[in-house]
Structures are given as C-alpha cells and as structure tokens.
Write a protein that binds this ligand. Structure first.
Ligand code: NAG
Ligand code: NAG
Ligand code: NAG
Ligand code: NAG
Ligand code: ZN
Length: 594
C-alpha cells in the first residue's frame, strides 16, 4: 500500500477537549460559550448572553482529525490490503452465516437459566465460536470465563498492566422470528444465505454482526501475530432482547468484582451507526439512554349483581383515571443540554442541504429563548423539517418523559359487577428526570380522583389517602409492575474525553479508508460525528459503574433492517464494520492518553 494515499495522522486531537480551554478565554472576554454546547452542558450553559460567536461557527460541532494507527501502522496497512482479498471476504461471510444458523432466540417469558430449556441453544452457539475461531480459543493470552452458564467473558491480556482495559460488548441472542412470517422472508431467517451482495437472516444486523465482527477482527489480528499492550475484555450477554438481566446483568457484577469502579478506559456496545442527514453523512454514537418505569394501577371495589349497580364500577373509575393520564402528558422540552440538541447543532454546521432558514434558526436558538421555542415547535409539531409525522413524535418523545397505557383488564361476566380492574402504564424517563420524580407525579395526578371516588389510595407501598368516613368505596393501588424494575436514565457520557476523541477519530478514519481504498469512490469521504441517543436500552445499563465513557455505536449504515422480516447486512457494510473494530483495537492499544 502506498503511504502517500493515506493521511497518516500522527496525533489524535479531540476538538471537544481543546475547546474547553478556549471556553474559559472566551468567557473571560465576555464572549459566548456557544460552541461548547455539548461539552459539560450543565456547567457551561446558562451563562452566555451574547451571540457574538454565531458568525464564527467553525468551532460549532468541531470534528476530530481522522485517527490512524502509527505504532501499529505497518500492521494496519497490511490489514487494509487484506480486505480486498476474495478469500478474506469469503471467510467473513462464512463466519457470520455460521453464527446466524444457530437460532439463539430470546423470548419475553423465559425462566431462569438451568430451568428453561430454551436457553440451551446458547451452548451450540458457544461450540460454534470455538470451532470457527481456533486462534482465539487457543491463544495463551486469551481466557474465557462463562458467567451464569451462557454469559461469555473473554479477556485478552495486554502486556502493560498500567493501561486501563477496554470492553467490547455485543449480545448473542436475537429476537424470535414469528413463525407466521417465515414465508415472507426472501431467504429463510436462519439460513445465513449470501446472494453475492447481502448476507440474510436474523441477527445479521442485530447483533451477531457485532459479536462476529469483533471476533473476525481479533482472529485476523491473531493470525498476524498481534499481541496487545492494553487488555481487552469481550463481554457477550445472551438475553439483551429480553432486558439483559441474566446475561449482562451477571457479567456486569463479575466485572465490577474483578476490576472495580471506573476501571475501564471505555466501553463500546451496539448502538447508533451512520446515516445520511441533509446531504451529509453523520455518525451518532449514543451517549445517553432514557430510563423506564412501568406502573400498574389496580382498582378493587365491592362486587355484586349488576341489577343494582353503584354510580361507578371499578372499570368506570379506572377509565376515568386513565383519561386523567392522557389529559396530562409530561412536558417535553428541547433543552440546550441534551445530546439531541447538540446533534441539531451538528446538522446546522455540517449538513450540506439543510434549509438555510432552519440552520439559522438552530444557530439563533443557541442564545435566543424565542428561537429555541420556535425550533422546538418546528420539531415537535411538524416533525423536524417538514418530515413525516413519525419524526415529530420521535423528537418529542426523546425530549422528555413519556407515558403509554399498554395493558387494560377488568371484569369477568356480563351480569356481575367487576371487583377488579387494572391497567399497565409504561413510562420512558427523560434523561434529566428520575424514577422518583415520575412516581411522585403519577401519585399526585391520581390523588384528587382517589379522594373524589372515596378510594383508599396506596402508592408504591405507602398509604396516601384514606377516606375518613366509612364510606370507602374501594381501593386504588399504584405500584411497580413486579416483573419490571425501574431503570434510571443512564449517566451521560462526556464528549470532552480523550476516549471520545479516539472513538470519533477512528470512525472518521475508517469511513474514509473504506471508501478511498476499496471503492475508488468519488463520493465525499467524510463523516461527521455527532452525539446521539438510542430510543431503547442496551446491555450497557449493567455497566454504568465500570466506566464513564460508554459508547453505543456500531459502525454501520443504520438504515439496514433489524427485528423484522428480511433482516440482512450488505457485505460491503459489514466489511467496513470489521475494519472499524480492527482500527479501534489498534488505536486504543497504542493510545497513552486514555
Ligand atoms: C469465494 O466464494 C465464491 C462463491 O461465493 C467462490 O466462487 C470463490 O471461488 C471463492 N474464492 C475464494 C478465494 O475462496
Ligand atoms: C364520597 O363520599 C362522600 C361522603 O360520604 C359522598 O358524598 C360522595 O358522594 C362519595 N363520592 C362518590 C363518587 O361515591
Ligand atoms: C365505621 O365502622 C366501624 C365498624 O364497622 C364502626 O365501629 C364505626 O363507628 C364507623 N365509623 C363511622 C364514622 O361511621
Ligand atoms: C506502560 O504504560 C505506561 C502508561 O502509559 C507507560 O508509562 C509505560 O512506559 C508502559 N510500559 C511499557 C513496558 O511499555
Ligand atoms: Zn441488539
């Protein structure tokens, strides 16, 4: 490979970090803290007053320099050449297809490991890994510990113990294929069929491409005699699609026992990829996750014959309470401190076809409350920039706490008064709120109605109100759904760390290399990195204590399908993902500032 064709940057620079210094200077001379909107938002925002920086927007959403390995530069170049080899490409297809053929389905109602036989296919998956990746399983530097039978914890021991290890995570399980949809698949869901362009089947996208992509990178590095300086831990849960409690839940505890709090330089798990937005490519690593709280409302009233009914049956009362919920949605607000706002600022700075009026509105919103309100209205009411209705709902939902009444049940017979009725409400908690805030809000929302209907009201185990007379017409209880523990919003990953700079630099070098070297493409070889926030949760919910730097990112076109019929991944996109994992391993290995 010709060195001249490669921009081998010698140093990493994380502009998010650099601007921190500038900020103080800027603040000092009375300027605005604008371009800093997503570094340390809570500290930095709120004090700016002028809009003097809006014109000089170069620093808004500044980008890391593409980062290429240098210590491992020769090895890295050799590996890039390998991507063009037919044999290597065939091997990557084979590795992924073999993994897809083991249907590690995850069902919602699975019992404990050891009791429910539906877990046992994970064993076959483990056997497959051993057979497919002989170097990983025979290396003296790599150990495998099985946690809670099926959780896979591989440790690739680095030579330098003073370097903080990293975690590369993925999950073994897949969402089930609904048997009635099998005939709608272009190629059978567990075939791993390769049509010359795409690899088909459940898990090709979510998340066997992640797990096998990581192992393809590792096996290839081993075949090139690479030995790491920095320890790498591979943590592969087996029930992510069902909440991850038995898999990542146990893996997280083991890791905490062995390594302690804040002991990893960073953690990378599945999450946002890259996609075209307004004419430019944006990669959006998830740096935050909403929480969740699922509550059950129970009404109990005296039963009896329906020929002599009270004014309100338990079903009638429950209905009234539910109407109260829907009449009082949570406030959603576009906040300057949210990752989504930072993403908008990145669009306004780097998206080539974003309408100028919107771009200006975003810039003005940095300092003007009125513009911020107008921007919020544009996003929440019209679905961003004239987009579909789905987009407006997405923006609104991601900008606050939500509620959805998902289950209702009551009554057993057409001529008997219902003694019981219940409903289940699912909340997703906004990143600046908490489960206790949502609990108090639900409780205070129901209190006046509990009093009006003379109900004895208990919320989360505490007696809230009891009618003083003997006229209690029944009981109202508000409580957690027993099977769903509340989940707080995740700690927000900082953007001004060297680890984030390393991630962003690696994303940019991978994107560029993939297009320049192998496709001789004339398209613009640039991707912009903007913070993102996935709509759901990942296994990282069990890893919060292990590192402040948690990245939910998978280097792929996020448009490829998942969880539905006809899941597939393009070979080209998959190769780029593997290239990313290799480069990330090498960049992290030689970094001395993370
Ligand atoms: C790669 O696979 C194709 C079929 O998909 C085959 O025709 C070709 O010979 C293989 N090449 C190598 C080098 O294995
Ligand atoms: C609640 O109790 C009060 C006092 O006993 C009574 O006047 C009122 O009608 C009751 N409300 C309902 C909805 O039953
Ligand atoms: C409430 O009921 C109890 C027992 O049924 C009775 O002893 C008491 O006097 C009643 N109180 C009122 C205020 O009616
Ligand atoms: C191990 O890493 C530390 C921290 O970067 C460095 O100071 C030290 O020189 C390294 N040791 C070796 C043997 O490379
Ligand atoms: Zn997944």
């Amino acid at each position: 490979m010709n060195k001249e064709t490669l921009p081998l940057a010698q140093s990493r620079n994380n502009p998010y970090k650099q601007t921190r210094l500038k900020t103080f200077l800027v603040a000092f001379i009375g300027g605005a803290l604008l371009y800093h909107c997503f570094t340390r938002p809570s500290v930095l925002l709120g004090s700016y007053s002028s809009d003097s920086f809006i014109g000089k927007s170069d620093d808004l959403c500044a980008q890391s320099t593409p980062l290429f390995p240098t210590v491992h530069g020769t090895l890295w170049e050799k590996l890039q050449a390998g991507f063009k080899e037919q044999e290597f490409q065939n091997k990557t297809v084979e590795w992924l297809a073999g993994a897809v053929k083991v249907p590690t389905e995850m069902f919602d109602d699975m019992g404990p490991v050891g009791e429910d036989p539906r877990w046992e296919n994970r064993e076959a998956f483990h056997d497959y890994l051993v057979e497919a990746f002989p170097l990983i399983h025979s290396s003296e530097l790599i150990t495998l510990q099985k946690v809670n039978t099926y959780g896979l914890l591989y440790t690739w021991k680095g030579s330098n113990e003073t370097l903080e290890p990293i975690i590369m995570a993925a999950h073994q399980d897949v969402v089930p294929v609904n048997p009635t949809t099998i005939s709608s698949w272009t190629h059978p869901p567990y075939s791993g069929y390769f049509d010359g362009e795409r690899i088909w089947g459940r898990g090709t996208n979510d998340d066997k491409s992640g797990l096998i992509g990581i192992f393809t990178a590792v096996e290839t590095l081993l075949s090139n005699s690479f030995t790491p300086a920095r320890t790498i831990v591979f943590s592969f849960g087996f029930d992510e699609e069902g909440g991850g409690i038995q898999g990542a839940g146990e893996l997280g505890k083991t890791l905490l026992d062995v390594y302690g709090e804040d002991s990893f330089a960073f953690i990378i798990d599945e999450g946002g990829g890259f996609t075209e937005q307004f004419g430019s490519q944006f990669a959006t690593p998830g740096i935050a996750e909403k929480g969740s709280l699922t509550v059950q409302l129970d009404i109990a009233t005296p039963g009896g014959h329906s020929s002599v009914p009270p004014d309100h049956t338990s079903i009638g009362i429950l209905s009234r309470l539910l109407v109260e919920f829907e009449n009082n949605p949570f406030d959603s607000a576009l906040s300057r401190t949210s990752p989504l706002y930072a993403q908008l600022v990145c669009f306004s700075t780097h998206a080539s076809t974003l309408p100028p009026s919107i771009s200006k509105l975003i810039h003005r919103s940095l300092s003007s409350e009125k513009a911020l309100a107008d921007l919020e209205k544009a996003l929440f009411d019209k679905g961003s920039f004239g987009d579909s209705i789905g987009m407006s709902r997405l923006w609104k939902s991601m900008s606050g706490t939500t509620q959805a009444i998902d289950v209702i049940n009551g009554g057993v017979k057409s001529n008997a008064l219902p003694e019981q009725a219940f409903a289940v409400i699912n909340h997703r908690i906004g990143i600046d709120s908490s489960s206790s805030a949502v609990e108090s809000r639900d409780t205070s929302l129901l209190l006046p109605l509990a009093q009006e209907f003379n109900l004895t009201f208990t919320a989360f185990g505490e007696l809230i109100s009891d009618p003083s007379s003997n006229s209690s017409a029944g009981k109202l209880s508000l409580d957690y759904l027993p099977t769903r523990r509340p989940l707080e919003p995740a700690p927000v990953t900082p953007l001004d760390s060297n680890a984030f700079g390393l991630l962003a630099g690696t994303i940019r070098s991978t994107f560029d290399t993939h297009r320049r070297l192998d496709r001789s493409s004339t398209e613009k070889n640039e991707v912009f990195v903007a913070p993102g926030m996935p709509t759901g949760n990942t296994d990282t919910r069990f890893y919060w204590k292990l590192s402040k730097n948690i990245f939910r990112y998978k280097h792929h076109h996020s448009k490829s399908s998942a969880h539905t019929v006809d899941e597939f991944i393009e070979l080209d996109s998959y190769l780029e993902m593997i290239r990313f994992y290799m480069t990330l391993i090498l960049n992290s290995d030689e970094a001395r500032d993370i």
